[in-house]
Design a protein. Sequence first.
Length: 99
Amino acid sequence: MEQENKKQTQENFYKKLKEELNKVEKFPTNFTYKFIIPTEHKKIAEIQKIFDDANPQFQMRESKNGKYTSVTVVIYVIDADQVIHFYKEVGKIEGVIML
């Protein structure tokens, strides 16, 4: 039951996100994703792999103490569904904070 509630909550979140994206963005457009992750090369590589086919521009910056890395990804997207697709894929990586 708890898993079902979590899934429903996620579905509602992405439904609202899609509505907001369609209000504030004019598609197609360049879209900027921002993530914060523990500084681990494996996790950074996982994010890069997700965006491989999207002709991404990456910018990465480590925190002062080197414990975290902020990752900015800019890609050209066709619609809100494509934006959400990438958020869902990155969301599968443990420890990622999506901004």
